[in-house]
Design a binder for this molecule. Structure first.
Ligand SMILES: Nc1ncnc2c1ncn2[C@@H]1O[C@H](COP(=O)(O)OP(=O)(O)O)[C@@H](O)[C@H]1O
Ligand SMILES: [Mg+2]
Length: 250
């Protein structure tokens, strides 16, 4: 539900403070890329994101494609309409310096990297079973996203939140500014998303784990022929390992 006028005015006042580096009670800064400032209020379950310019071209690009804040907002709405969980938008606007902000609801749960590296670490018993369940349902979820024609702009496991509820995992896609919708999704775009998801070291995600994800993903991608699907899986893995090696993360 869209917030009332008063609520939007209150959030705009709040944005002015957050943008001026004030942190009103209950607000804390959250780690983000260099192109954003992110803060959250855990109690109220609200996130604030200020879109900092990526390059001097950004203003010109925005004239054609709309601002990054506007795109993030529209793509989250489009995902929600397609039945894919994304944070609900609350309020947005422009700051005195010209950059844009967006408030949205907190997505429930922890991100997939946290689940795989800090929560489900034991390789036996309940944790192992849950880990396998997470990878399988994640594959199904991402497969459904792709089969619907959505490709996320930055599908690192940190941009997928997972909540464990009623014995199953529910996923939410955040950071949707560069999401695109194309049917059928082009192979190179699928490859890029699968590469981004593979950006976890072999010690965290084994080949068998990656297969669990992939088999579930493949089931949703009925139009993909099996040779193409196998190639995508192999190339995504090798590309991710190469990138991690180049970044000194392996
Ligand atoms: N709506 C949200 N719900 C839950 N966590 C969020 C939300 N928005 C941002 N975050 C947290 O803040 C971090 C940075 O936000 P994000 O939109 O991914 O910025 P960046 O573009 O810098 O990657 C995310 O990795 C996530 O941990
Ligand atoms: Mg992000």
């Amino acid at each position: 539900m869209k917030p009332s006028h008063d609520e939007q005015a209150r959030l705009h006042e709040l944005a002015l403070k957050l943008a001026a580096n004030e942190l009103p009670p209950g607000w804390e800064l959250v780690q983000s890329s260099n192109f954003a400032r992110v803060a959250c209020n855990r109690e109220q379950q609200i996130f604030y994101k200020e879109f900092l310019p990526r390059s001097p071209w950004e203003k010109i690009k925005a004239l054609v494609r709309g601002s990054r804040a506007g795109r993030a907002r529209r793509h989250s709405d489009a995902l929600l309409q397609a039945g894919i969980n994304a944070p609900a938008n609350l309020a947005w606007g422009k700051l005195p310096g010209g950059s844009k902000y967006l408030f949205n609801e907190a997505a429930a749960g922890d991100d997939v990297t946290t689940w795989l590296t800090s929560v489900l670490i034991e390789r036996s018993g309940e944790a192992l079973a849950q880990r396998r369940q997470l990878l399988k349902i994640l594959g199904k979820f991402v497969g459904r996203v792709h089969a619907t024609g959505f490709i996320h702009g930055d599908l690192r496991p940190g941009n997928i939140l997972a909540e464990y509820k009623g014995g199953r995992f529910l996923f939410t896609l955040i950071d949707n500014e560069r999401t695109v919708q194309k049917l059928p999704p082009p192979g190179r775009m699928l490859l890029r998303n699968l590469m981004q998801l593979n950006m976890l070291p072999p010690g965290v995600l084994s080949r068998a784990d990656r297969m669990r994800f992939f088999v579930a993903w493949r089931r949703q991608m009925r139009d993909l022929d099996s040779i193409e699907a196998k190639l995508l899986a192999a190339q995504a893995y090798h590309w991710a390992m190469q990138r991690m090696y180049d970044k000194g993360q392996l």
